[in-house]
Write a protein that binds this ligand. Structure first.
Ligand code: SAM
Ligand code: SF4
Length: 374
């Protein structure tokens, strides 16, 4: 269970999920095992061409973590105290990140998302955005807690940032404070307004729901989407908190959210043709806005995964849930672009068909969400 005082904040009148709303957790992916261990496969990895894995998935989306540090301490992400961070000299410099990104671009990567930790705690981020933008990616986005966004939103936009996803798990001041444990709701809501006014629109709002903590706000967030035109994306809480307190009983499934929202405001699915984004998208039938469901646990979307991650200390990671990492740091420092490209190809080739959260053999990864880059 997450260590929060929020269970007591949960209102007595909060809607309790009906038993019928609970859905069985599906096992749609293979457990990691010795036979498919990537080290036995790297020799077969292609030496040229795009970033294709053994299952035909083409990878063209790179999440770049610029820091594992954060100014908040969200209950589902990291403990209130005692979090260990990377020594600063282990982080890739901006020069190094740009070098890796430019190799990735040559390999067909089309979109970059900056993340962390909290990307805006890394000094000089605007400079990095400008340099990545100059490489010509079609999409250059950022996921942020938005506590430091408002003052730099315009500069980021002018530097070439195309979109932001803002995380916000409650629309109630006191509860926001107890979930995120630092920062305040008003600052984040203001940042949303500023981001939109400078052109970083449409905004996506990431909401992680935790049963007994904020699951009574599903309808409030759906209404927020309707009133503001912001795309609210409900994310199932994943076993990626640094303290290892994840508990399946606290998961609120995408199916339950769909049923609750559509009972109030009918929804219809938006076409997913050519769209490999993890969110299942639904629009309100009356035309007032859109929500997304990211059901990573109950309905894994591994079959269309096109993502790679670069950790702040220079490891290429092919899946949030796999501990397999290949370091590009030495290759970058040696100026060896061919080696960097091969590390990308090897990492993609080593990718498993899917994560195994729902398999009894699942071991939670050593690095947590904020250390990997969510
Ligand atoms: N600090 C930034 C933020 O909060 O937006 C960016 C990094 S954060 C790791 C990226 C996203 O991961 C956020 O939307 C956050 O809510 C989500 N996240 C963190 N821990 C999670 C978990 N255990 N399960 C599901 N989502 C999680
Ligand atoms: Fe920080 Fe984002 Fe993790 Fe919250 S979810 S602690 S804001 S990295």
């Amino acid at each position: 269970m997450f260590d929060t005082d929020m269970a007591s904040n949960s209102t007595a009148s909060a809607p309790k999920p009906a038993a019928s709303r609970r859905v069985p957790v599906t096992l749609s992916v293979k457990a990691h095992d010795e036979k498919s261990a990537p080290t036995t496969k790297l020799a077969d990895a292609p030496r040229s061409g795009p970033l294709v894995d053994r299952y035909g998935r083409v990878h063209d989306d790179l999440r770049v973590s610029v820091t594992d540090r954060c100014n908040l301490r969200c209950v589902y992400c990291m403990p209130l105290t005692g979090m260990q961070f990377l020594p600063r000299d282990e982080l890739l410099t901006f020069d190094e990140i740009v070098e890796v990104a430019s190799v990735a671009k040559e390999l067909g990567v089309k979109s970059i998302r900056l993340t962390g930790g909290e990307p805006l705690v890394r000094h000089g981020l605007v400079d990095l955005v400008a340099r990545l933008s100059a490489l010509g990616f079609g999409d250059l986005a950022m996921t942020t807690n938005a506590t430091r966004l408002a003052p730099v939103a315009r500069t980021l936009y002018e530097a070439g940032l195309t979109r932001v996803n803002i995380s916000c798990d409650s629309l109630r001041e006191d509860r926001f404070a107890s979930i995120r444990r630092r920062g305040d709701l008003r600052t984040v809501l203001h940042a949303m307004d500023v981001a939109e006014s400078v052109g970083l629109a449409p905004l996506k709002i990431n909401v992680v729901l935790v049963r007994g903590v904020n699951d009574d706000e599903v309808e409030d967030f759906a209404d927020f989407a309707r009133q503001t035109g912001r795309v609210v994306r409900f994310i199932e809480v994943m076993p990626l908190d640094a303290q290892g307190a994840w508990d399946r009983a606290q998961l609120v499934s995408g199916r339950e959210i769909f049923e609750r929202v559509s009972a109030r405001w009918p929804l219809e699915a938006l076409a997913r043709e050519g769209d490999v984004a993890p969110a299942e998208r639904f629009r309100f039938v009356d035309g007032r806005g859109e929500i997304g469901l990211i059901s990573s646990v109950t309905q894994p979307f591994c079959g269309t995964c096109n993502r790679l991650r670069l950790t702040a200390d220079g490891d290429i990671r092919n899946c949030l849930f796999s501990d397999d990492e290949l370091s590009v740091r030495d290759a970058v420092r040696a100026g060896d672009r061919v080696a960097i490209a091969q590390l990308f190809r090897d990492a993609v080739w080593a990718k498993y068909p899917g994560h195994a959260i729902n398999d009894p053999s699942f071991l939670r990864p050593v690095r947590s969400m904020s250390m990997i880059g969510g």
